[in-house]
Design a protein around this ligand. Structure first.
Ligand SMILES: Nc1ncnc2c1ncn2[C@@H]1O[C@H](COP(=O)(O)OP(=O)(O)OP(=O)(O)O)[C@@H](O)[C@H]1O
Length: 324
């Protein structure tokens, strides 16, 4: 068994690096065969992962936060959504918001995460394929992607994509506020700031081929996992081999309605459709936006623009975790 560790020294606000010695000591103590590389940027995590997959490592270990994990996952896939190797993914979370780990029972404590990697039990998890506009193009307002390969970007995500106020919050939170206030407080401040300034907008969704227009929607979550960002949870009914996504829409609501909506989102309790929120499931989701609501965020990082297409990748990913 040969392991390849991709370590991000910048995750967790730079605290990640302190864990590396402990990781190497464990690997040497158990005489594991391994190579490692430190990333210099998030895109480096993608490049190293793609190289590691092609070099035939059995397990590729992402050491970092959700951004690092996302880029490492992208390195497992070709542009069609097929895996490029038989490697398994393992994760040591050293970031701030462990959405993937919490969703799939990957321990957060370092010693436990290392033991799980040593045991090597795994399960297949579904991965989403997202096709989106690299740059905002006003000609595509309210319309689907035009298929021009030069303007289209394709990426993969494991947890959730956010469109609307969520993307604006992520852009704000990632601009530095979380470094000073911590993940929860930093995100909460960004949420409050955007709640006061963000206006609900019209979105058109094409859900399994049927168009639905949402007037003044505040946010659209399209995801696979229960944990989606900084403590927000969606109680969903999807099993691991389900090709569908949940689509949770937060409708046009006044400031006073936000408190119960946020309470529901942070509680992770079941909710029925209401005036403020609606939940549905589908395999293929297209979202068209406009000048005011064109940003995308997925797996915790703001990237790219609407319109977008979200569907499940052909191949699931083999994730090392505390399998039953
Ligand atoms: N050497 C580096 N390699 C990769 N990323 C780095 C490096 N130095 C700083 N960074 C920054 O570290 C952050 C890493 O993000 P990552 O998502 O892995 O961790 P996080 O943001 O701390 O945690 P989370 O996503 O779980 O909230 C990015 O914002 C990236 O720009």
């Amino acid at each position: 068994m040969k392991y390849f560790f991709i370590l991000n020294p910048g995750s967790g606000g730079g605290k990640s690096r302190r864990r590396f010695e402990e990781i190497f000591a464990f690997l040497q103590q158990h005489r594991l065969q391994y190579d490692y590389k430190l990333t210099t940027s998030l895109e480096d995590a993608y490049t190293l992962s793609a190289e590691g997959n092609l070099k035939g490592y059995d397990v590729i270990v992402a050491v970092g936060g959700d951004g690092t994990i996302n880029r490492v996952i992208n390195g497992f896939y070709d542009s069609q959504g097929k895996r490029i190797s038989r490697a398994k993914l393992a994760v040591i979370h050293t970031g701030t918001s462990p959405d993937l780990c919490k969703s799939y029972h990957v321990p957060l404590k370092l010693d436990q995460a290392l033991e799980v990697i040593l045991k090597g039990r795994s399960m297949e998890i579904p991965i989403a394929r997202l096709t989106y506009a690299r740059e905002y193009d006003p000609k595509l307002d309210g319309r689907p992607l035009d298929g021009n390969p030069e303007r289209v970007q394709r990426d993969y995500f494991a947890c959730c994509a956010n469109i609307g106020i969520g993307a604006a919050v992520a852009k704000d939170a990632n601009s530095g506020i979380r470094k000073y206030l911590g993940d929860f407080a930093g995100t909460l401040v960004s949420v409050i700031k955007n709640l006061l300034t963000y206006r609900g907008r019209e979105f058109t969704l094409c859900i399994d081929g049927k168009e639905q227009v949402f007037n003044k929607a505040f946010n659209i979550f399209v995801g696979k996992t229960m944990y989606i960002a900084s403590g927000i949870k969606v109680k969903k009914h999807l099993n691991l081999n389900d090709r569908r996504f949940y689509i949770l829409v937060i409708h046009s609501i006044g400031l006073v309605n936000w408190l119960p909506v946020l309470r529901k989102l942070y509680s992770g309790k079941e909710f029925g459709d209401s005036r403020t929120m609606s939940l549905q499931y589908a395999e293929k989701i297209e979202v068209y936006g406009s000048r005011h609501n064109n940003r995308l965020e997925f797996d915790g990082d703001p990237r790219g623009f609407l319109p977008c297409v979200i569907e499940t990748a052909c191949d699931p990913l083999e994730l090392i975790c505390q399998a039953d």
